[in-house]
Design a protein around this ligand. Structure first.
Ligand SMILES: Nc1ncnc2c1ncn2[C@@H]1O[C@H](COP(=O)(O)OP(=O)(O)OP(=O)(O)O)[C@@H](O)[C@H]1O
Length: 257
């Protein structure tokens, strides 16, 4: 598990000809332990930019980010993207092992265990082209967990899947996460999945401010059919609709001189 501390973080993109656009504005939050945090907010509010900054792909303009493992050393990060990014010429198991530092028996056994958790152990010798989109994403999720990261970053991993497949994967993700000790930061535009999966939902508003930091205190595992889950989903959705209306009234990411 990890301790992630984001302090007064701002991000401004340079648009050239002396124009810039502020995407994140003085954001602070901390995530630690076995916590599942979702970042939600209207399109363009900076969710992916924030995730990219945490991962180190994107630089921030000001503020601080610190990330350590909860044991005190450097934290190991894992990633799940919208598209599972499997190498088509490698079998499922070889894709699982490709990202591992060592190829020891223990590592192979761990990869098999995670493949089993997503129900794909029997497909270990298949190539990605022989799997459905949902199965490929299950491999992507198993692969990310099998690296045993302290912090797992997930960027809309179910957005390319149909509703029924996505629901099945959300259920599997909850089961795997419950069995592993991972800190997760999950970006989504889907409030329904955020409520089902998260301990906390950080709502970003246009202009890159934190609008709300909502604690979700519902028993797990959560299913879409649970009444308490559905009620909270409707409540958070209504709050986000208010925010979207505000976003429509105020254009997103206005360039600043
Ligand atoms: N390299 C860049 N240069 C300039 N502007 C950028 C760059 N990358 C992103 N942006 C802008 O930053 C804003 C936030 O983008 P980002 O992808 O983080 O939003 P998002 O909340 O993840 O959106 P969505 O939900 O639609 O994926 C957008 O207005 C986008 O145009």
């Amino acid at each position: 598990m990890a301790v992630l501390t984001v302090t007064n973080l701002s991000k401004t993109f340079n648009l050239g000809t002396a124009r810039e656009s502020r995407i994140l504005d003085d954001i602070s939050f901390e995530v630690s332990g076995q916590t599942f945090v979702s970042i939600v907010g209207p399109s363009g509010c900076g969710k992916s930019t924030l995730l990219n900054i945490i991962s180190g792909v994107e630089e921030h303009t000001s503020g601080d980010i610190t990330l350590t493992s909860d044991a005190g050393g450097p934290a190991r990060m894992g990633y799940v993207f919208q598209d599972p990014r499997l190498l088509p010429w490698r079998s499922v198991m070889k894709n699982m092992m490709y990202v591992q530092d060592d190829q020891s028996r223990d590592t192979v056994a761990r990869a098999e265990r995670y493949l089993d958790m997503v129900g794909l152990k029997k497909n270990a010798d298949f190539y990605p082209g022989q799997l459905s989109g949902g199965m490929q994403q299950r491999v992507g999720i198993a692969r990310a967990f099998a690296v045993e990261p302290d912090l797992l970053l997930m960027d809309e991993p179910f957005s390319h899947l149909d509703a029924i497949t996505a629901r099945g994967l959300r259920e599997q993700l909850q089961d795997i996460w419950a069995q592993s000790k991972k800190t997760v930061v999950f970006v989504t535009h889907d409030v329904v999945e955020a409520v089902e999966l998260s301990d906390r939902i950080i709502v970003l508003q246009p202009g890159g401010l934190i609008y709300e930091d909502i604690t979700i205190d519902l028993p797990r595992p959560r299913r879409q059919s649970d009444k308490a889950v559905a009620t909270l989903q409707a409540d958070v959705l209504a709050r986000l609709e208010t925010l979207k209306a505000m976003a429509a009234a105020e254009p997103v990411a206005e360039p600043v001189a």
